[in-house]
Write a protein that binds this ligand. Structure first.
Ligand code: MG
Length: 402
């Protein structure tokens, strides 16, 4: 294994936030394969004490962060003597103040790490970001903190594709970008058939293995809608220049059309380790060897379809929130969290996820949040409103009574 044309000082000290999740495990796998180049110095998780302990034993980081106080009490004392240990709501910020990392990977979901993300950018650390919510809810306050080109590198596979197609280009020369979507497990279902799907059906994604929330969001296409807003923030593009397209082959991850008519596309295996490798090694490439290579081009099948907004109203709602701007993307994210949880708990049917989100969005007459605290407060209010509205869309027809 080799880091092609190595010039930088090695190893790079890497902090992995969300270490026990699915993106975190891809990050750690690359660090494991290229341990001469990447030293994991910090492992952070929300509440998975056992998972974090196992990783700490393997990677022997300088610090471990476990946000949840009860889980932290279980883990404290079980770590090697010299390992620093942080817990509680501001643990990530405390860890960042200790100068333990050169590169911070935000692989956690949700909005808990937004303040740490801003701190890492302010400290001029390299940052890789898989967390969509931080940009959708707080992009207005996060993006201005980026201090130098490519300090912030996307890990979401579609955004990594666009980022890599944009290397050497400028946003002003982009006509349009397309994020690809596999279409999820219900891409060929009728609306009627979608009404009776169960959480276990929706959790069975055809291509990617991910956490429950993002898997359900993929099944409703809300994930793609949220990713459209994420891409608008990352690449400084208005809503009309960012689209999603269904691509069943999961071979092309993103396309960029430039104003001169040229289109660049990024093709790769659908494996999170590829965007992780691109972000960690930038501006170099890691030699990932044949396991990650595509077959030769005559075996590639490439076709695209427009998303069906009628069968997938969550995608339409996300586009409408993107166009409305202001606080609507934050309301969308808060409402969707609650609706997905209600579906997973079998309180509402699958098709009511969109109904809860739409009702929540239309119950707000919101002006734009003025600062980060305002945006986070709006997100909380959207969650509470969605919780109040959820019973109206409950599973009154007994879809899950069997
Ligand atoms: Mg994605």
């Amino acid at each position: 294994m080799a880091l092609i044309e190595v010039e930088r000082t090695c190893p790079i000290r890497v902090a992995v936030i969300g270490a026990t999740g699915s993106v975190g495990s891809s990050v750690l796998d690359i660090c494991r394969q290229f341990s001469a180049f990447f030293k994991v110095t910090v492992l952070a998780a929300k509440s998975n004490a056992d998972g974090l302990e196992a990783l700490a034993k393997e990677f022997r980081p300088e610090a471990v962060v476990l946000i949840d106080a009860r889980a932290a009490a279980k883990l404290r004392g079980r770590l090697a003597g010299k390992t620093k240990f942080f817990s509680g709501p501001s643990a990530l910020e405390q860890m960042l103040a200790e100068n333990l990392a050169d590169h911070v990977v935000f692989a956690s979901s949700g909005t808990d790490a937004i303040r740490a993300l801003v701190l890492a950018l302010d400290a001029s650390l390299d940052v890789s970001l898989a967390n969509k919510e931080s940009l959708v809810v707080a992009g207005e306050w996060v993006m201005p903190r980026v201090r130098f080109p490519h300090q912030l590198r996307p890990l979401d596979s579609e955004h990594s594709a666009i980022w890599q197609c944009m290397l050497g280009e400028t946003s002003s020369s982009v006509d349009k970008i397309w994020l690809t979507a596999s279409g999820g497990p219900f891409r060929d279902f009728s609306l009627r058939a979608m009404k009776i799907v169960k959480p276990e059906d929706a959790l069975n994604h055809p291509v990617w293995s991910m956490g429950a929330k993002v898997t359900i969001d993929s099944a409703t296409l809300m994930n793609k809608g949220i990713e459209v807003i994420e891409a608008m923030r990352l690449f400084d593009l208005e809503a009309s220049r960012v689209e999603a397209v269904i691509h069943r082959n999961s071979l092309v991850h993103g396309l960029v059309a430039f104003k001169d008519g040229t289109v660049k596309a990024l093709l790769s295996k659908p494996d999170m380790r590829l965007p992780v490798a691109a972000a960690l090694a930038y501006p170099k490439r890691l030699d990932l060897e044949n396991a990650y290579s595509l077959p030769s081009p005559e075996h590639w099948a490439v076709s695209f379809e427009a998303p069906d907004m009628e069968r997938f109203p969550c995608y339409r709602l996300a586009r409408e929130a993107a166009l409305a701007g202001g606080g609507y993307p934050a309301i969308l994210v808060g409402a969707d969290e609650v609706a997905v949880e209600a579906f997973l708990n079998k309180i509402i049917p699958f098709t009511s996820i969109a109904a809860v989100v739409e009702a929540t969005l239309s119950s707000f007459n919101e002006t734009a949040p003025r600062h980060l605290d305002d945006a986070l407060d709006l997100l909380d209010r959207a969650r509470r409103r969605a919780r109040d509205l959820t019973p109206r869309f409950s599973n009154e027809r007994g879809y899950f009574s069997c």
